[in-house]
Design a protein around this ligand. Structure first.
Ligand SMILES: [Fe+2]
Length: 203
């Protein structure tokens, strides 16, 4: 993918994530919010060296540069939401297995303890941001980031990303952010997909 960057279609129907993420939230979140990050990013990279880069390289290139903060946040949000939509499935695996399951037990104690930590991480993000399960070297970690920031910008591999901007949950859960994160982890994340991301990250 190089500029102009384009919003990918949803990998399922806009009712597929209900009732945890209702149709109206999906339509606004994908069709308006996610689209807008692309609409803002493209003119910012047009005519620059970043127009020839992959979206991932635009994020790495702009990370930590104050004069490219707009590029970074819009590129980050464009990329973060692609992972966000792709990781969900109405009929996906609801338990981690294989290498992912082993590493979760090693690094968190159990699948349940990992989810508890991810809920707490997301609840602790001040304002708008994300809660991540990420691969840091050979270790699984949770991390909270603000704005469009993500593990990729910090040399880590994003495995699962929960959007904790209010636009992700306010229509369905109002101010109950932890309840929303818990429901997403229990009912929407396809842990087979997360396991595939881990395999890619471990190379
Ligand atoms: Fe979002």
């Amino acid at each position: 993918m190089a500029a102009p960057f384009e919003l990918p279609a949803l990998p399922y129907d806009d009712t597929a994530l209900a009732p945890v993420i209702g149709q109206q939230t999906v339509q606004l979140h994908h069709g308006k919010h996610h689209q807008t990050y692309f609409d803002k990013l493209n003119p910012l990279v047009d005519g620059t060296e970043m127009a020839e880069m992959s979206l991932e390289d635009v994020i790495r290139h702009s990370a930590g540069k104050a004069d490219l903060a707009g590029v970074f946040n819009n590129a980050g949000q464009a990329w973060n939401h692609i992972l966000y939509w792709d990781q969900f499935s109405s009929a996906g695996a609801r338990e981690a297995s294989g290498k992912l399951g082993e590493m979760i037990e090693r690094d968190f104690g159990s699948f349940g303890e990992m989810k508890d930590k991810l809920v707490a991480t997301g609840a602790g993000v001040f304002g708008s941001g994300w809660a991540w399960l990420a691969l840091d070297g050979n270790k699984l970690i949770t991390m909270g980031t603000s704005g469009g920031d993500n593990p990729l910008a910090h040399g880590k591999v994003a495995l699962c990303g929960i959007d904790v901007w209010e636009h992700a949950y306010y229509l369905d859960y109002q101010n109950r952010r932890p309840d929303h994160i818990r429901a997403v982890l229990d009912q929407l994340v396809n842990w087979s997909f997360v396991g595939e991301k881990l395999a890619e990250g471990l190379g």
